[in-house]
Design a protein around this ligand. Structure first.
Ligand SMILES: Cc1ncc(COP(=O)(O)O)c(C=O)c1O
Length: 394
């Protein structure tokens, strides 16, 4: 009676759902204050003051027409503001015609894949990856090709090269990364661009670089990220305000296409068409106005840095192995036992919820999200000590 493909996918995505349901169950039994839920990436911090002010001002604006349909790509004045900001940030002119407002990065990725993929064409993704990527590619009849990264979760050039075929249409990167917190430096991106250029020539194909950047404002210990538009010839950036403005429920983000893409007007027409016909129609009017009014606002990444440091330092002091995240708000920790499901079950005994690495295409690890409150993190430490005591000589 139901879609076979969806039923199959429901089973595949069950890890994150299972953790979510388990969290609810434990909360009911032990009370929310006794459950340490590191499983979800739902920011606990509130949006910045500029955003709250913008929300109040826009809500008070009684001008007629503010809740009507608009062009499917979004309000021209909102796109202008974003184009201006990106042009300054990237030190290269980005026309507002190359921006399409979307319902968050999830929608943006689906819209882009629908706009570029023919059935059977391949999209390269790097493991560990954001679990939904495979579904997004398959939603548009594409084939996700998973490339393993090195032990530091950085690109392995040879594996990347070997994965590119005549069917490769795009390479999807995510930096800062969910689930590892890793950032790709300029050298890595330049190596990637070189491989893409070589393979394009060898195979006579065009390969797009798609950069999913919802964590671009959550970076630690470095001042700025490399600009993909200046490194890759054919790049599309997808961004979202879910994390940078702590507005995930408001579903707002954008797609920005590099002006260096040949026939970019056709690509934008396809993107805008798919934004409409996939049923999003346009990104929410209210949220677009908020973003424009608070164009320079961002959450303070020091809030997350403090949480990262406490949790990371504690885990390392206990004997866990983990790459220190340079951005985003996740720790991807090596499981002290090969089967990370065993570890996840042990953690649950102490009401600590973490997500198994296999949910992100890398078994043997687990992910802890530290976008939860500082108080919860501090209170969780004795429980983490007890878990560690089951595996390490302390
Ligand atoms: C890497 C990555 N991409 C995309 C998304 C989707 O975010 P949005 O709320 O903007 O749709 C997330 C959400 O957690 C994410 O971690």
């Amino acid at each position: 009676m139901f879609s076979e493909k969806t039923m199959k996918n429901l089973k595949k995505s069950s890890w994150i759902r299972a953790m979510f349901e388990q969290g609810n169950k434990l909360t009911e039994i032990y009370g929310a204050e006794n459950v340490y839920d590191f499983s979800i990436g739902n920011p606990e911090v509130e949006p910045p003051a500029e955003v709250v002010r913008a929300i109040n001002e826009i809500a008070a604006d009684k001008s007629p027409g503010t809740h009507r349909y608009m062009p499917n790509a979004g309000y021209p004045f909102v796109k202008e503001a974003i184009a201006e900001k990106l042009s300054a940030m990237y030190k290269t002119a980005i026309p507002s015609a190359n921006i399409c407002m979307v319902c968050g990065a999830a929608a943006g990725l689906n819209v882009v894949f629908r706009s570029i993929l023919n059935p059977g064409e391949e999209v390269i993704i790097f493991a560990p990856y954001f679990a939904e990527y495979k579904f997004y590619v398959e939603n548009s009849s594409g084939v996700p090709i998973v490339v393993e990264t090195k032990s530091d979760f950085q690109m392995d050039v040879e594996s990347f090269k070997a994965a590119i075929s005549a069917k490769t249409k795009a390479v999807l990167i995510n930096s800062p990364n969910n689930p590892t917190g890793v950032i790709y430096g300029k050298k890595t991106l330049m190596d990637m661009a070189e491989v893409i250029g070589e393979k394009e020539k060898e195979l006579g194909i065009d390969i797009l670089l798609i950069s999913d950047e919802p964590y671009n404002e959550i970076i630690y210990d470095i001042d700025e990220l490399p600009v993909v538009f200046n490194i890759f010839e054919k790049a599309i950036v997808i961004n979202s305000y879910s994390k940078s403005l702590a507005l995930p429920g408001e579903r707002i983000g954008y797609i920005a296409a590099s002006p260096r893409i040949e026939n970019c007007d056709k690509l934008m027409a396809a993107i805008i068409f798919n934004n409409r016909t996939l049923g999003f129609v346009n990104a929410p009017a209210f949220a677009q106005r908020v973003v424009e009014k608070a164009i320079n606002a961002s959450i303070d990444s020091d809030i997350y840095k403090e949480r990262r440091d406490i949790l990371y330092d504690h885990l390392i002091s206990l004997g866990f192995e983990c790459q220190k995240p340079d951005g985003a708000f996740y720790l991807f920790v090596k499981s002290p036992v090969e089967d990370e499901l065993e570890f996840v079950a042990t953690a649950q005994k102490y009401n600590v919820l973490v997500v198994p690495g296999r949910g992100f295409g890398r078994p043997g690890y687990f992910r802890m999200s530290f976008c939860i409150s500082l108080d919860t993190i501090k209170r969780s430490l004795p429980a983490i000590d007890k878990i560690a005591a089951e595996y390490f000589e302390l």
